[in-house]
Design a protein around this ligand. Structure first.
Ligand code: SAH
Length: 481
């Protein structure tokens, strides 16, 4: 970031605008939204600005301009419409040590004005550091649509009630209380124009000392963080991250993804390097349950999809055994992202009609899987956590009679900036991993097309084959049969 967003306190402070024409008037309209004391420095004012002065909403300094004109200002806008004059005035304002914005001259600006969505006291400021004003405009339009026009009034009411709520609602229930105000009945009522009902609901809950039930109990969300790229998160995942009180995340979760979380959410790394279980699963189960029991919204953020080689079952069981509500928010699994990286589909009609997700790393002590049995003809095999097992995979498949020419694709760090795709025949798998230094995390795809006989898909006999696809999914076959 070249600029840092801050909200400047302007109540009772002076803002100086140098200029008397339309540019100055634009800044004046903006500043009059605030509680600042406005001074206009210009020999002459246009009718709009003159009217502001006449109405007592701004002061006018028409005399000689010197650094002292800017000395007390919290903020100075220079907006004469004449670049040469602007530069000269900028020098004077800087001599006075003021924070200065010169209209349309970014190089002379200490601060720039963002695009603003105004639901006072809720204000959204959008900036692109001058790179993309059109984009800022588009974002503004979207945010305008997101925030109902009356939202500011609801926030203002919440502000007025804050102390009263703090006095009646115990601290450990307060976040849930406010969450309910802005997420539940008060917000809905308020947005629909029933402002009094909203206030009544809020006050009734306050007197009870708690939000109506459902919001108070903790919830554990097992959230799929996707394969890495943060725009591969689901909207639901982002929403859970925005609401989380605490986030327990894994080694493979990209820091970019964590940036989408609520800023105040506590973040706890519970990563496990393969083989080195810094955080044993039982400990993870225990801490997520304990957090939910305190009434916190817990996000257990797992790479890819939580239900695929993610030890979700243990965490689901732990939650249920403790009577805690738990949900799974699915994510894009690594194999999907890896297939996208290869530019190919996971299933290719006529060649592969089955996808098998398997892992190369089982529990310590377990025998290696029988990969050959996973790779029947007509299969795309996606191997997770298998890079270090490449020699065994290759040997096992070859000795089971899988063709040495079978296509292998190794996709590392799919969807991230470090993504790589490497292709080789099965007979070169182990050597390729070494030669190309294929690193985890990676998916190994091995494709074994159907045998020629099975590939004749117009044969009625195939449709009759119980192991084949259902006729409903293959209209051409159904029509022939
Ligand atoms: N639940 C995850 C898988 C966790 S197991 C999912 O659904 O994707 C960890 C393994 O996933 C890694 O060893 C690797 O095989 C694979 N993996 C995770 N992220 C990956 C990525 N960005 N690119 C390729 N493989 C990845």
């Amino acid at each position: 970031m070249k600029t840092f967003p801050m909200f400047l306190t302007l109540s009772g402070r002076e803002v100086v605008i140098a200029g008397g024409g339309e540019q100055a008037a634009q800044k004046a309209r903006l500043i009059l939204k605030t509680e600042a004391d406005l001074t206009l420095v210009a020999p002459e004012l246009d009718p709009e600005l003159a009217a502001l002065v006449a109405a007592g909403r701004a002061r006018h300094h028409a005399g000689a301009i010197c650094p002292a004109c800017f000395g007390d200002a919290a903020l100075v806008f220079i907006a004469t419409g004449c670049p040469g004059v602007d530069r000269a005035l900028h020098a004077l304002a800087k001599e006075a040590g003021a924070l200065v914005n010169v209209v349309d001259q970014p190089a002379l600006c200490d601060a720039v004005t963002p695009s603003i969505v105004d639901r006072d006291p809720v204000v959204v400021a959008i900036g692109t550091e001058g790179t993309a004003p059109v984009l800022a405009r588009q974002i503004k339009t979207r945010v305008e649509q997101m925030l109902e026009p009356r939202l500011g009034d609801l926030a203002a009411m919440a502000g007025r009630m804050r102390e009263a709520v703090a006095a009646r609602v115990p601290a450990d229930r307060r976040r849930a209380f406010w969450r309910w105000v802005f997420d539940g009945a008060p917000r809905t009522l308020h947005a629909s124009g029933a402002e009094r009902d909203a206030a009544r609901a809020l006050k009734a809950a306050m007197e009870e000392g708690r939000a109506p039930d459902a919001c108070e109990t903790g919830l554990i969300s097992l959230v799929g963080a996707g394969p890495g790229a943060r725009d591969l998160l689901t909207l639901r995942a982002v929403q859970r991250l925005q609401e989380a009180d605490v986030i327990f995340y894994d080694r493979l979760v990209d820091p970019e993804v964590l940036e989408l979380a609520r800023r105040d959410a506590e973040r706890v790394y519970v990563g496990k390097a393969v083989g080195a279980h810094a955080w044993p699963q039982e400990k993870i189960d225990a801490v997520i349950v304990a957090a939910a029991k305190r009434g916190q919204r817990v996000v257990r953020l797992k790479s890819g999809d939580p239900g695929i080689f993610g030890r979700a079952t243990e965490e689901l069981d732990a939650a249920r055994q403790n009577g805690i509500a738990v949900e799974v928010v699915p994510g894009v699994t690594a194999a999907s992202a890896a297939a996208a990286a290869t530019g190919r589909a996971l299933t290719e009609r006529g060649a592969t009609d089955r996808v098998v997700f398997a892992t190369g790393t089982c529990r310590p002590g377990d025998a290696d899987p029988d990969w050959a049995s996973l790779l029947l003809p007509g299969t795309t095999l996606a191997l997770y956590m298998a890079v270090s097992k490449a020699p065994a995979v290759q040997a096992n498949l070859l000795s089971a009679g899988v063709s040495p020419d079978s296509e292998v694709e190794l996709v590392a760090s799919a969807s991230t900036t470090g993504e790589t795709v490497t292709r080789c025949p099965l007979s070169d798998l182990a050597a390729t991993v070494v030669a190309q230094k294929v690193q985890n995390p990676a998916i190994i795809f091995i494709r074994r097309p159907k045998t020629a006989a099975i590939m004749v898909e117009t044969s009625p006999n195939v449709a009759a084959d119980a192991s084949g696809p259902a006729p409903a999914q293959m209209p051409r076959l159904a029509a022939l049969a």
